[in-house]
Design a protein around this ligand. Structure first.
Ligand SMILES: Nc1ncnc2c1ncn2[C@@H]1O[C@H](COP(=O)(O)OP(=O)(O)OP(=O)(O)O)[C@@H](O)[C@H]1O
Ligand SMILES: [Mg+2]
Length: 238
């Protein structure tokens, strides 16, 4: 099976300090890959490097056979990599519908946009109900749905989710897992999921990576990685 994404030995510096070093990671076409790790491990930095938000000082990021290092965020979005950032970054004073429309800013295929909107309203009926409501007045769970939905409106081939479960109740996290699966299975979108909630991450993922202090420390299938020392210590109390 071919990889839609191949990250090879990338390093990112913030000033003189190394945030991540020699990070390598693959996402096979059509799969869900997860990256877990404690606070400050470098998960968001890895996603930001992939999205062209922070510069890479070394290494290569290959997406569908094409090098991304040096390309702008806009070019990267056009190629099909969409990041739903940590903290959601919605426009709180704009309506749900307007936030969704803004996700499709770079698109011109009107029919495709309408189809994606219908898919989103099917997947998240609450967003349809509340489409005229200001985004800032939604519940935390609804805001996370909207952030993901806005990502889908950009028509991703690879959807990158940065800690979508943050601050959500267990029952909402459970629904979130089902939505992530639906997006992957019915839309064929490959997914790179960054999470600290290992139950969500390992519940949906086909393959897992674990990061610690700027480095990749373990990788494998769900069963295999959850028994590694690094992951046991960090998440399951040793
Ligand atoms: N803009 C920045 N300037 C300087 N240092 C930064 C910047 N952003 C992140 N860092 C540092 O880089 C390291 C990795 O941060 P990053 O946000 O990637 O971690 P993370 O794994 O996403 O953590 P969390 O789970 O808390 O979101 C941390 O030590 C952090 O302090
Ligand atoms: Mg982070």
């Amino acid at each position: 099976m071919s990889n839609i994404l191949e990250i090879k030995d990338i390093t990112v510096m913030y000033g003189k300090s190394v945030a991540i070093h020699d990070i390598s990671l693959n996402v096979p076409e059509g799969k869900i890959v997860t990256m877990v790790g404690a606070n400050g491990a470098g998960k968001s930095t890895t996603l930001k490097a992939l999205a062209g938000i922070v510069p890479v000082t070394q290494g290569s990021i290959c997406f569908r056979g094409e090098e991304l290092v040096g390309q702008s965020t806009q070019e990267i979005v056009r190629k099909g990599i969409v990041l739903v950032p940590e903290g959601r970054h919605l426009f709180p004073h704009l309506s749900v519908y307007k936030n969704l429309q803004l996700g499709a800013t770079l698109r011109t295929d009107k029919i495709g946009i309408q189809e994606d909107l219908e898919y989103i309203y099917d997947l998240f009926p609450k967003l349809k109900e509340r489409r005229k409501q200001k985004a800032g007045t939604l519940s935390g769970g609804e805001q996370q749905m909207l952030a993901i939905a806005r990502g889908i409106m950009a028509s991703p081939k690879l959807l990158c989710l940065d800690e979508p479960s943050l601050g959500l109740a267990p029952v909402v996290i459970e629904q979130l897992g089902q939505s992530i699966n639906d997006i992957n299975k019915t839309r064929g979108v490959s997914i790179l999921l960054v999470e600290q909630n290992v139950h969500l991450a390992f519940g949906v993922a086909d393959y897992c990576y674990a990061m610690s202090v700027g480095a990749m420390v373990a990788q494998g299938d769900v069963d295999c990685i959850s028994s590694t020392d690094a992951v046991r210590k960090a998440y399951f109390g040793g």
